[in-house]
Design a protein around this ligand. Sequence first.
Ligand code: FAD
Length: 568
Amino acid sequence: MTPSEEIKQHSGKPRILVVGGVAGGASCAARARRLSEDADIMIFERGPYVSFANCGLPYYVGDVITDERSLLVATPELFKRRFNIEVRLQSEVRAIDRAKQEIEVKNAATGETYRERYDALVLAPGSAPIRPPLPGIDLPGVFTLRTIPDSRQMKQWITERKVETAVVVGGGFIGLETTENLVRRGISVTIIEMLAQVMPPIDPEIAAIIHDHLEANGVSLQLGDGVDRFEQNPDGHTVSVITKSGASFSCEMVLLAMGIRPESKLAKEAGLEIGQLGGIRVNDHMRTSDEHIWAVGDAVEVRDFVTGDWGLIPLAGPANRQGRIAADVIMGRDARFRGVQGTAVCRAFDITVAATGTSEKNLQRRRIGGQPAQYEKIYLHPGHHANYYPGARPITIKLIFSVKDGRILGAQAVGEEGVEKRIDVIAMAIQRGFTVFDLEEAELCYAPQFGTAKDPVNVAGMIAANVMRGDAPVAHWKDTMGSKALILDVREPGEFKMGHVEGAINIPLNSLRVRMHELPRDREILVYCAVGQRSYYASRALRLHGFNARNISGGFRSYGAERQITGI
Ligand code: FAD
């Protein structure tokens, strides 16, 4: 019997109650209505709004979005008229009585507590910002950003206090987006981040590019340092943020963007299975350990599509899709969630950073199918469109793939333009289990103002496929550390003079064939150029002439970032 048949047999008119009325909850309710005109569908939302654009909040703080009403994607009236769904605002679901299939709701406006019966219950309570019990964390001027009222209070504080300095604790995407918006409002910002890098999901050498960009935009970075406490200063106007290392930053405002924790208390108290990371456990039907209860969004633990590990991926896309899947399953369809890849994008000032799949540091930490991951990575820095067409901007792309079969494991990219388009293509490839050979063959849009006839995605595939076929093995800057290999720079002498790797010899690509006799045959040769293209041509020629040559992936442009990380 399908869940919907069970529901119908039980009551005749299925009663679907949804807890939480934003990304996952609202999409679940609306989808359920599209599948059934009979069902009685109700959303209970603790806050004062349903279906609001939490992703837009940093831009509201920064006055990019000026009208608060633009953040309201839908209203209770719209839900009623368009979908015949009843939305109850300021209605917190306090308990679940699984035996009776009832929830207990408290109406914050009236103080009244009442019960509602369900056939299917969907939990979409989201996640809450982490607020560790640090001394002074409750001081006025210390904010978190999750709701419209949060953003309104921040805006009011900025205006009334004429805020000139702020500290953002946490360099994840909410921290970075809000930093950009505070700077836009003329505020000088320091980011304090416990890790040695911002944007934790990406690898450090890609994050290093963002560090440079943030600093170029006047943002101060205090990396590898956690907050110890907050203290009110005697002027009564500013607070000091004191870090574990003893550094102190005085400011008029603090944003805590230290990550999130799933709101799984309700589920836990109801005895539903909770995962090790604190999220609600669900199967691929988004069903919890209770057959009448589903859970979606930030509150659930999800399987990483690449590694198979459980994870918490608080993103709007998965929450929406999961809501839809839960509704499908409740209505008797065999919909299944495929798992997450953490496909995400963030813009900070003029650069966009995007990622999909797993990172290298994650692969180094974890195992795939119980085995240490056997992977290779390549870097490239192509223009986002044809270089001859005005305005081409470079994108740095890192592609990580399995050396066993070329399956794509992850990709990260950073640049001013065209970043998310490349990552989106690779995201789909990962979801379908494609290989680097598929990226080589991908047929993508091209006109000079949009891309290149060999799109950066194709080029990434070609470089990686060349590695897989053994045609052009790559080396990495780390490999040069303590290596006996000869380092060959094939750029033009002028470029070499402007800066080169210590110990490298310079034979420009154009004279390589006539000067090959200068190179040793009994020593490995690691070849680099500016971005990896000329050195690819050079290493191919050298290999065809019997030299043991490898191309240093990403070239001199990757050297700076790698140097910051590994100290080469
Ligand atoms: P939410 O959308 O958070 O909704 C949960 C709702 O449940 C809340 O309104 C809460 O009040 C309500 N609730 C909780 N408990 C109860 C209860 N017991 N009873 C009744 N109601 C309850 N993701 C992206 O992919 N891209 C972005 O650019 C992006 N930017 C973001 C920017 C900010 C500032 C924030 C805060 C988040 C951002 N996200 C972004 C994350 C994204 O918003 C979340 O992943 C997504 O909203 C999760 O959906 P959800 O339905 O699980 O939870």
